[in-house]
Design a protein around this ligand. Structure first.
Ligand code: NI
Length: 157
C-alpha cells in the first residue's frame, strides 16, 4: 500500500524504553496470626479470629511485576515461560498447600501477615532478576491479595 504523504513515521520501538510485565499466580496456604511476645488476650485483641489456635486458609493471589528494557530481538521484556518456572520453583514449591507458621523456613519466627509475606517473597525473588543482558531487568513489585478486598504491595524500599 502506498504510504500517505506526511503520515507519521512508525515509532522506533527498538529504542530503549522501560516496560513492566506482571504475572499473577495463586497459591493456597494456612496461617495463624499470633505473636508469642504478646499475651493470649493481646493476640486476641489485635488479630481477632485470625489468631484462632488451629489457623485458617487463604487463596492468595500474587502479582509479580518486573521492569526493564525490552530485548529488541525477541520483543520480550522477560520470557514468561521462564518467569513461570521461577515462580513454580521459588513460590509454589515453598508456599502452596503449606502452613505458613510451620512449614516455611523463611517465615520462621515471624507473624505471617500479608505484609510479612510480601517482604519475604520479595527477598526470595529479588536476586533472580538482576543483571540480565544489561537490560536493567529488576523486580519492581510484589503484590499479594489475601482476600478479594485486602491486598499488600511491596516495592522494595
Ligand atoms: Ni488470615
Amino acid at each position: 500500500m502506498k504510504q500517505k504523504k506526511n503520515a507519521p513515521s512508525p515509532a522506533p520501538v527498538n529504542r530503549p524504553r522501560k516496560l513492566y510485565v506482571t504475572r499473577t499466580i495463586e497459591f493456597n496456604a494456612a496461617h495463624r496470626l499470633f505473636n508469642p511476645e504478646f499475651s493470649e488476650e493481646k493476640n486476641r485483641e489485635i488479630y481477632g479470629k485470625c489468631t484462632n489456635a488451629h489457623g485458617h486458609g487463604h487463596n492468595y493471589l500474587l502479582e509479580i511485576t518486573l521492569g526493564g528494557i525490552m530485548d529488541p530481538e525477541t520483543g520480550f521484556l522477560f520470557d514468561l515461560k521462564e518467569l513461570k518456572a521461577i515462580l513454580e520453583d521459588e513460590v509454589m514449591a515453598r508456599f502452596d498447600h503449606r502452613h505458613l507458621n510451620h512449614d516455611v523456613a523463611e517465615l520462621k519466627g515471624l507473624v505471617p501477615t500479608t505484609e510479612v509475606l510480601a517482604i519475604v517473597i520479595w527477598d526470595i525473588l529479588e536476586e533472580q532478576f538482576q543483571n540480565i543482558d544489561n537490560r536493567e531487568i529488576s523486580l519492581q513489585a510484589v503484590k499479594i491479595h489475601e482476600t478479594g478486598k485486602n491486598s499488600v504491595s511491596y516495592l522494595g524500599e
